[in-house]
Design a protein around this ligand. Structure first.
Ligand SMILES: Nc1nc2c(ncn2[C@@H]2O[C@H](COP(=O)(O)OP(=O)(O)OP(=O)(O)O)[C@@H](O)[C@H]2O)c(=O)[nH]1
Ligand SMILES: [Mg+2]
Length: 327
């Protein structure tokens, strides 16, 4: 229950005020777009205030179903997200989208592209779309994206969709933070099956062949079914669906498959899902700290260890352990 005075304070709160105040958190939880946007902007940085904001969000986390959408560039991920938003909205679900843009943060081209493709989000209070440059995280998921999941979750969006390009490291990242992992492929991408083999297939809960209207869609689908059939256990049972994002064909089936898997995940409770996200953030922050420490403080020590490696006195992994021991 909210105290009436807190309600009054909430009404007069502005996104420029302290975002961790009860009034501001209440505006966020009412999905006031200005507060959601302000919280996200804050979370994109890593300041002491961010830590406070994340703490303030903690009690309100774990209700959203987080769906990872990943696949090769141009497979139609954004278009498919747009089509899925329409279906989710028709079912009265609110949706937050985080699109991690692999292209240059300078050109901003893909960010504009997402706005054009995700037209379902325009003029709809039930949808919030945020595009993020992946910045230093080459092809990877930035920790900021994971923090932003928390903001959208606390704001009460029923579903959070995370769109990332599958290029190596980040499919593992998506696997760690998403409740349901949708891997999108399409005919005519040339190396799509190859890309699947490089790790995407392993993480998929649902495989989608998009551009079902294109020639070769059926062949791509059969290739994926074939690739799955030689796998053991649950991996062999991953559903393979065909969609045409531009017309919406097959998207209702995709929605049904997502909820069929997502329902089982949600039934396991919020704690486990929150813990998974927290674990990822800790590991990522620790890796960043280590990299930072090595870059900044360990210069002369690195030189010394490098010399020992050159003279054959020390193997590289022993040198790495030495650096990490920190004394
Ligand atoms: N024919 C056809 N074209 C599609 C379909 N889905 C998407 N496209 C087109 O494919 C192109 C790429 O679509 P996007 O949605 O931007 O693909 P993406 O995977 O998000 O691309 P990146 O974010 O750049 O990796 C666009 O020109 C879309 O209009 C489809 O089902 N059929
Ligand atoms: Mg896209």
């Amino acid at each position: 229950m909210t105290h009436p005075e807190a309600k009054d304070a909430a009404r007069s709160a502005r996104p420029t005020d302290d975002l961790t105040s009860p009034a501001a958190i209440e505006r966020l939880r009412a999905r006031d777009r200005r507060f959601v946007a302000a919280a996200i902007t804050e979370l994109e940085r890593l300041t002491p205030r961010v830590t406070q904001l994340l703490e303030a969000l903690q009690p309100h986390l774990g209700k959203a179903l987080v769906i990872g959408f990943t696949g090769p560039p141009g497979a139609g991920k954004s278009t498919l997200v747009n089509a899925l938003i329409r279906v989710l909205r028709a079912h009265d679900k609110t949706v937050g989208v985080i699109a991690v843009d692999p292209s240059s943060p300078v050109s901003g081209g893909a960010i504009l592209g997402d706005r054009i493709r995700m037209t379902a989000a325009l003029d709809d209070d039930g949808v919030f779309v945020r595009s993020l440059a992946s910045r230093g995280y080459l092809g990877g998921l930035s920790p900021a994206a994971v923090r932003i999941i928390d903001a959208l979750d606390a704001a009460g969006y029923d579903v959070i969709i995370l769109e990332t390009v599958g290029t190596g490291q980040n499919e593992i990242d998506v696997a760690e933070v998403a409740d349901v992992r949708v891997v999108i492929s399409a005919p005519g991408l040339g190396d799509d099956i190859q890309a699947m083999k490089s790790g995407l297939l392993e993480i998929a809960d649902i495989l989608v062949v998009n551009k079902g209207d294109r020639e070769g869609a059926e062949r791509t689908l059969q290739q994926l079914v074939g690739a799955l059939s030689i796998r053991a256990g649950a991996a062999a049972k991953v559903p393979v669906l065909k969609t045409t994002a531009t017309t919406g064909a097959g998207v209702e089936d995709l929605d049904a498959a997502i909820w069929s898997i997502g329902g089982a995940v949600m039934a396991r409770g919020t704690q486990e899902r929150r813990r998974r996200r927290a674990r990822y953030l800790i590991a990522r922050a620790a890796a960043d700290l280590v990299a930072e420490r090595i870059r900044s403080g360990a210069g002369t020590r690195l030189d010394k260890l490098a010399d020992e490696i050159l003279s054959g006195r020390l193997p590289v992994d022993a040198a790495a352990r030495d650096i990490l021991s920190g004394d």
